[in-house]
Design a protein around this ligand. Structure first.
Ligand code: HEC
Length: 193
């Protein structure tokens, strides 16, 4: 009886060792059997591809209407309205002081987005106008008319464009902080001090 028992253990260990060896495969890319293969290998759709699972077949969905990105405050003043422009001027506060870093960034951004029309010194003589590529003379940003405007009004003009629409809106191109830095630069004599 005892002898039989020992040989049973021997057989069992032999089978176990054989099973271990049998489970080794030469193909290094073979990952073995998968339980629930439809979960192990998911059917991912390409971001810009199409999928039969959606009514419009668009994989990358639009955010729900009214969604606001984190840290973004929607701009609440409407375009092409004198009242809205004035209200922005009364209510918005420039968060920056005319410090060197601020003015430097303002100058960089001004030269990229504004100088071709208004001129590097804001005289209304940018090359688009002087080369007759832009039909109307852009307003001088050095004169009292603009210099006496509250910062928020200039910020509004950058964001929404001018009331007549001759100057386009730059809200989608220039970050809010950079708009304020441009305003600071314009209001501080076009100089980095
Ligand atoms: C494509 C040319 C163009 C660009 C670019 C441009 N402007 Fe203007 N801007 C104009 C014109 C033209 C006017 C006059 C518009 C009008 O009277 O409706 C104007 C008017 C203005 C005014 C006066 C608005 C008012 O209430 O009368 C300000 C301030 C101003 N621009 C600032 C800027 C700043 C800052 C930038 C850069 C972010 C900029 N502009 C970019 C053409 C431009």
């Amino acid at each position: 009886m005892k002898k039989q028992h020992i040989s049973f253990i021997k057989v069992l260990s032999l089978v176990t060792v054989l099973m271990i060896f049998a489970s080794c495969k030469r193909d290094n890319n073979y990952t073995g059997h998968a339980y629930f293969p439809d979960m192990a290998y998911s059917n991912a759709f390409e971001t810009y591809g199409s999928s039969p699972n959606y009514a419009d077949s668009v994989v990358m969905m639009h955010p729900v209407e009214g969604t606001v990105p984190r840290g973004v405050i929607p701009y609440q003043y409407g375009a092409k309205s004198f009242d809205e422009q004035q209200r922005a001027g009364q209510e918005l506060v420039n968060p920056f002081m005319p410090e060197k870093e601020v003015l430097k960034r303002g100058q960089e951004q001004f030269n990229i987005y504004c100088a071709m029309c208004h001129g590097e010194q804001g005289m209304g003589d940018g090359y688009l106008y002087t080369n007759k590529l832009f039909p109307v003379q852009p307003t001088s940003l050095r004169g009292d008319y603009v210099q006496n405007k509250p910062d928020g009004e200039i910020y509004h003009v950058i964001t929404r464009g001018s009331i007549s629409g001759l100057m386009g809106a730059h809200g989608s191109q220039i970050l809010p902080d950079d708009r304020w830095k441009i305003v600071t630069y314009v209001k501080n004599g076009f100089e980095v001090k």
